[in-house]
Design a binder for this molecule. Structure first.
Ligand SMILES: NC(=O)c1ccc[n+]([C@@H]2O[C@H](COP(=O)([O-])OP(=O)(O)OC[C@H]3O[C@@H](n4cnc5c(N)ncnc54)[C@H](OP(=O)(O)O)[C@@H]3O)[C@@H](O)[C@H]2O)c1
Length: 268
């Protein structure tokens, strides 16, 4: 493979592992970080300064890559943040920040990349969504909603771009051991909050599960497989068996039974 690949959020977690893997396979890889100076310079790829929520930088970022390579073959929309909180107590400004990062920022970069992909009549856009985007997760509602929004965006975009020979693929991972738990934004609740205990137990359990979760190389392997595939699917789901099966169960179980299972799981 010798593709020109742009990955947002390559300083950590999935993005970093994907960037390392794809650059070692012979691709020209550009990753991004808000603060690349904080990290050791990667050996095989470039880490460019970019904040996906700035809505000003994406055109310049794309122009730089195109001036060096004349094309961008693959865009991997990966940058993202975790966020939790009971809906009643979440601040609207925090919701906007999550959506700016996990949704609007990706639309902005897609809009900047598409003219060059259309000109070249080829391209692949991979959205790193989440199994959380397939269901409303208690105390994870805003994150779930941002990821569900990316799922629908990807589906629609794939059809809009079909005639330009540009494919869009959504990869929805379950829990993987990245830095997302440390970078996650949790809502501060007062001890008097009616949600305090149940919310605290829930996020403590999440953090524990995430710290024991799987190796992100699995997702990097899947990304490479998708890039190599002549005819990739639109959706991929990857992760622990129980999380993958939950997507299927939601389709076949009566909805109240499915919610009861989720509530038991989250001890609500
Ligand atoms: N880990 C999981 O279990 C899991 C499961 C499903 C989906 N995901 C999704 O996978 C993606 C990667 O997450 P991760 O788990 O690898 O987490 P991570 O280790 O915290 O990495 C997040 C990456 O996003 C970048 N980022 C965050 N805010 C940004 C902004 N405003 N502008 C540009 N870049 C920004 C960070 O770069 P800087 O901080 O250097 O800017 C970092 O490189 C996210 O979209 C996440 O929702 C993760």
């Amino acid at each position: 493979m010798n593709k020109v690949i742009l990955i947002t959020g390559a300083s950590s977690g999935f993005g970093q592992v994907i960037a390392e893997k794809l650059s070692k396979s012979g691709n020209t890889v550009y990753g991004t970080s808000r603060n690349p100076e904080k990290y050791p310079e990667p050996k095989n790829y470039k880490l460019l300064k970019f904040d996906i929520t700035s809505f000003k930088e994406s055109k310049k970022l794309v122009e730089k890559i195109v001036s060096e390579n004349e094309r961008i073959d693959v865009l991997i929309n990966n940058a993202g943040i975790g966020f939790t909180g009971p809906i009643e107590e979440i601040l609207i400004k925090d919701i906007k920040r999550v959506f700016d990062t996990n949704y609007f920022g990706h639309i902005d970069i897609v809009q900047s990349v598409l003219p060059i992909m259309r000109k070249n009549k080829s391209g692949l856009i991979i959205n790193i969504t989440s199994i959380a985007g397939y269901q409303g997760i208690p105390f994870g509602s805003i994150y779930s909603a941002s990821k569900a929004s990316m799922e629908y965006l990807g589906e629609a975009l794939n059809m809009e771009l079909n005639k330009f020979r540009i494919r869009v693929v959504n990869i929805a991972p379950g829990d993987y051991k990245t830095n997302i738990i440390y970078n996650r934004n949790d809502t501060n609740l007062s001890k008097n909050s009616p949600y305090y205990n149940v919310y605290k137990d829930c996020i403590d359990q999440w953090s524990l599960n995430m710290s024991r979760s799987r190796n992100p190389i699995e997702v990097a392997n899947l990304v490479e497989k998708v890039i190599k595939s002549k005819n990739p699917k639109i959706h991929y789901i990857i992760g622990p068996f129980l999380q993958k099966i939950s997507v299927f169960l939601k389709k076949i179980l009566p909805e109240k039974i499915y919610q009861r299972l989720l509530m038991n799981h989250y001890k609500l």
